[in-house]
Each structure stands twice: as structure tokens, then as C-alpha cells.
Design a binder for this molecule. Structure first.
Ligand SMILES: NC(=O)c1ccc[n+]([C@@H]2O[C@H](COP(=O)([O-])OP(=O)(O)OC[C@H]3O[C@@H](n4cnc5c(N)ncnc54)[C@H](O)[C@@H]3O)[C@@H](O)[C@H]2O)c1
Length: 494
């Protein structure tokens, strides 16, 4: 398969909009096609809505954003795209017809994937030209924040297609799950639907409301599910004997059974109960308001999982590794070691959880951002996980921060870092934090780091490869003037 520079989308509703936001964010151009011309402004709005949450997902350096273009002509999209994702309504005959049409135009080495929630790939690829390059790639809403994508091949799909699709989706920060046998509903929607059917029964029988049923998940199982699935959780619930004991204990209930597999009749009264229940839960909040809340906690959860390198957190870590590597190989002038410029190592936006009761970024977050800049600097000079594992690291021995203006929620910021002094043991740096929109300097930080041998718990010389890189940087920065606020003591007049 070719390298994907442009992703083509067929159908730009909820899912097409989500794909666009994700791809653009990670530097892929998007050409979106929809039969309705009014979907152009819709998809641009959807991308803009996704941006605040996406911007907070990672501190890793991102490539320049991709460009979005729109057409009502499927042919234009199919001729230009390097990878095509279909997201039109869930109707087999419509999808078959449109996929066949696209396949006649798209070059042979372009993969064509479908976002279908439950149709099977063998059915979908039936009338396609070169059906070997087709697969199902089923994402989850919001596509721009949830990493899971189920990949399913049909009778004619080649393994090369699945592998190439997995590579592309990994590149844009996703977790491809290869569903080895095609079944209606793939894996996740079968599980989700089983739960939903039960919900509909319980509401229909007047046992509980939609809100009570949501509470039954979010205060308990939902918290577990973010990092461990049902099987691992039940393995733990069985005590020392694990799953075997769990099955012995609860096996009989499975026979009774507690649950009903057939869906209830969707009567008007059941529909009313579901709609009234959920609008009561929404309590006057708009869909956009609730979406924003959902996006904020989805970002925060992934960052917590990242610390444990588990589930979606390990996907985020792997993505960040790739982004740092790419940034190092395609060095921009403002982050190169030899440029006579402070390094621009962090660009981010103030996250909602960072602000205090005044609506401004809390003071300890300044230290966090300067710490992020140091992490990025360390990576650049070769102080990485392997270096730390060898028992060596820099410890912070002194820090000073000055504040000049506040940063409000969602304000985009960047941090630059200048080397003030360095030798084989010491590293003295000066950070400057700015608003992106007018470059105004809102804070500075000055820090002294000492290289240590962590086993011996003593100061020690850095390894020669690290010293060489620091020396290159120090020389490049030696021509810069000393920042006005450098070297001051606390309380000195400005
Ligand atoms: N909504 C979800 O949560 C979700 C999640 C995963 C997968 N999916 C799947 O994604 C697909 C799209 O779902 P959605 O929720 O985005 O639907 P949607 O109704 O929001 O969007 C469908 C879009 O397709 C366009 N369209 C219709 N016919 C077309 C054609 N012939 N050519 C080009 N565009 C056409 C429509 O104008 C519309 O903009 C479905 O297969 C669905 O099963 C949906």
C-alpha cells in the first residue's frame, strides 16, 4: 500500500467528521465527499469542536495539521485519496453500490475501508473492483478520542490489506483490533447490544429508569472497564483460583438465566420512557455541552492510563514515542541543537483541570509545563528511558518562577528553553512561557539540574554522548543575550 498523505472520506456525518478531526490532527490531509453540499460547513464545525480536546491529548510535538477539502463529487475524492474510508448510512444495498463505484475510480493500491457498525465485509465487497483491498474498519464515537478500530476482512480480503490498514490507523493514534472471523456486529457492538437489550427490558418492565441503569454502570463496572475487560475482572473476582472458581460459583446463574437475549418490542411507551429518562438525565444541558464534558474526561482518563501503560494509555504512549521520533528526525529550526534560538519544546493548551477557583492556571502547573520542557530537552540530548535504566539522571536542585500574566482555560501556550550554563555535571536553563495568539510572555522559570549516579546517590559526570550534545547546545545559545530576568533572587525589583 502507498504512504497515506491524504485520507478520503465518503459520507461526512458524525463518523466522517470524527475521522476527519483525527486524521487532520496527526498531519494527514482529508478530502471529504458527501452528497449534501451543506455537510461542508457541518464537517468544518465538527473538526473545530473536536480540536480543544485533541489539543490536550498529548504534549508530544505534533506535525503541521492536515488540510481539509470538501467535494460533492465522489470521483474527485476517489481519484485523490491514498486511503478511503466509507461512512454513509448503515444500509447494505447503498453501501454495496457506493463501494463498487468508488472501487472503479480509486487506484489499485488504495485501501478502501468501511465504518460499518455491523455489516459483514464479504457482503460489502461483493461488487467491488479489486475487493482484496477492502476491509471493515469500525471506529467508535468520538472517533477523534477513542483509539479502538475493529479491522475485519471478508472472504476476498488479503492479509496485506489488514496489515496496511493497521499500520495507517496506528499512525493516527489508534488501536487496531483484528477481528479474525467476520460476524454481524463484529465484537464490540455485539457486547454493547447485549447490554442495551437488557437495559430496554428493564426499562420496559418498569424495574429501573435510564438514569438508575447508567448509575449501575458508572459507579462500578464502568470504572473497571476502562483498563481491564470483563474477563480479566472476573478472573480477579474468583480469588486465588481465578476464572475457574468464578465459573464454578456463578455458572448456575448462567443457566437460570438472569438475562433475556431477545430484544423487547420497541413500543411507543418504551420509546417514550427511554427518551424521557435520558432527557431528565441531560437536565437541560445541550448535546454539545455533554459532548464537551465527555471529551474532557476521555482525555483525562487516557492520561491516567498512560501512567500505568495499560489499555488506551499504552496506545497513547506508543503514539507519543512515534511523535517524538518523527520530530527528532525532521528537526525544525526552533528545536534543532545547533540553531542560535531558544528551543521551542512544548506547545499545549491550558486544560480545564489545571485552572483554580479564579479561572486561571494554578501555579503548580507552571512547574509542570517547565518540567515537560525539561523532559523534551532530556530526550533531545539522549537522556531517555535507556539512559535512566543505566542508573543515570539529572535531578532538579533549584527552581524559580516569575509570573507576569494569567493563563485562562483552553489558552494555547508554548514554552521556549535556553541553556544558560552547562558543564559535565551541571545544567542551568531558562524557560519562557508565552501565549500563542500574541506571543506575550506570561511567565519565566529558571532551573539548575545536577547529573547524578542514582545507584550511588551522588553527583556524577554525564555520559560523553550527552555532554557532547549539551555542549553543542550551549555553544549555539552562547550568542543569545542573557534574558533580563535571569539570575535574579526572589523579591528583586524588575
Ligand atoms: N454513529 C455512531 O456512533 C457510529 C459508530 C461507529 C460506526 N458507525 C457507522 O458509520 C456509518 C455512518 O454513520 P453516521 O452515524 O456517521 O451517519 P450520519 O447519518 O451521521 O452520516 C451519514 C452521511 O452520509 C451521507 N451520505 C448518504 N448517502 C451518501 C452517498 N451516496 N454518498 C456520499 N455521502 C452520502 C449523508 O449525507 C450523511 O452526511 C454507518 O455505517 C454507521 O453504522 C456509526
Amino acid at each position: 500500500m502507498r504512504t497515506v498523505k491524504t485520507m478520503g472520506l465518503l459520507g461526512t456525518g458524525v463518523i466522517g467528521g470524527g475521522w476527519a478531526a483525527r486524521a487532520l490532527h496527526f498531519g494527514i490531509d482529508v478530502i471529504a465527499a458527501d452528497v449534501k453540499p451543506e455537510m461542508e460547513s457541518w464537517i468544518r464545525g465538527a473538526v473545530a469542536n473536536a480540536e480543544p480536546a485533541l489539543a490536550r491529548l498529548t504534549f508530544a510535538p505534533l506535525p503541521a495539521k492536515g488540510e481539509l477539502s470538501f467535494t460533492t463529487d465522489l470521483r474527485v475524492m476517489a481519484e485523490r485519496a491514498d486511503f478511503i474510508q466509507e461512512n454513509i448510512p448503515e444500509q447494505l444495498s447503498l453501501k454495496q453500490k457506493m463501494l463498487a463505484e468508488v472501487s472503479k475510480i480509486a487506484p489499485a493500491d488504495v485501501i478502501i475501508a468501511s465504518s460499518t457498525s455491523g455489516l459483514t465485509p464479504t457482503d460489502l465487497q461483493r461488487d467491488m473492483l479489486i475487493p482484496e483491498r477492502f476491509c471493515v474498519a469500525h471506529p467508535f464515537n468520538p472517533v477523534y478520542l477513542l483509539p479502538l478500530v475493529e479491522l475485519v476482512g471478508g472472504a476476498k480480503t488479503t492479509q496485506a490489506t489488514i496489515d496496511a490498514a493497521a499500520l495507517f490507523f496506528t499512525f493516527i493514534g489508534m488501536h487496531p483490533l483484528h477481528v479474525r472471523r467476520e460476524v454481524p456486529g463484529h465484537l464490540t457492538d455485539r457486547l454493547q447490544e447485549a447490554l442495551w437489550r437488557e437495559i430496554l427490558h428493564i426499562v420496559n418492565d418498569g424495574i429501573a429508569s435510564t438514569g438508575e441503569l447508567d448509575d449501575a454502570i458508572i459507579y462500578g463496572p464502568g470504572l473497571r472497564w476502562a483498563a481491564m475487560g470483563t474477563n480479566m475482572i472476573y478472573h480477579l473476582a474468583g480469588g486465588e483460583a481465578g476464572m475457574r472458581h468464578m465459573l464454578a460459583q456463578f455458572g448456575p446463574c448462567l443457566k437460570w438465566p438472569w438475562t433475556k437475549l431477545e430484544a423487547p418490542e420497541l413500543t411507543e411507551s418504551l420509546i417514550d420512557r427511554m427518551v424521557e429518562g435520558t432527557s431528565e438525565q441531560a437536565a437541560g444541558r445541550s448535546i454539545r455541552d455533554i459532548e464537551r464534558l465527555r471529551d474532557d474526561y476521555l482525555v483525562a482518563i487516557q492520561q491516567v492510563l498512560r501512567q500505568f501503560n495499560i489499555g488506551a494509555g499504552s496506545t497513547l504512549r506508543a503514539l507519543e514515542e512515534r511523535l517524538y521520533q518523527d520530530a527528532d528526525t525532521g528537526e525544525s529550526t526552533s528545536s534543532s541543537l545547533t540553531a542560535a534560538l531558544p528551543l521551542r519544546l512544548v506547545t499545549t493548551a491550558v486544560r480545564p483541570e489545571w485552572v483554580d477557583y479564579n479561572g486561571h492556571m494554578s501555579d503548580f502547573r507552571y512547574g509542570q509545563l517547565f518540567g515537560q520542557a525539561m523532559d523534551a530537552l532530556f530526550r533531545k540530548i539522549g537522556v531517555d528511558a535507556d539512559y535512566r535504566a543505566s542508573g543515570h539522571m539529572y535531578y532538579n536542585v533549584e527552581s524559580r518562577v516569575m509570573h507576569f500574566a494569567e493563563a485562562k482555560v483552553n489558552e494555547p501556550l508554548y514554552v521556549t528553553t535556553q541553556i544558560l550554563a552547562a558543564d559535565e555535571k551541571k545544567l542551568q536553563v531558562f524557560h519562557s512561557m508565552h501565549r500563542v495568539h500574541d506571543d506575550f510572555q506570561i511567565a519565566i522559570g529558571e532551573q539548575l539540574y545536577l547529573h547524578v549516579d542514582s545507584g550511588a546517590a551522588k553527583a556524577s559526570s554525564a555520559k560523553s554522548s550527552v555532554i557532547a550534545k549539551i555542549e553543542t547546545l550551549r555553544k549555539a545559545h552562547a550568542v543569545l543575550s542573557l534574558p533580563e530576568q535571569a539570575g535574579r533572587i526572589v523579591g528583586a525589583r524588575r
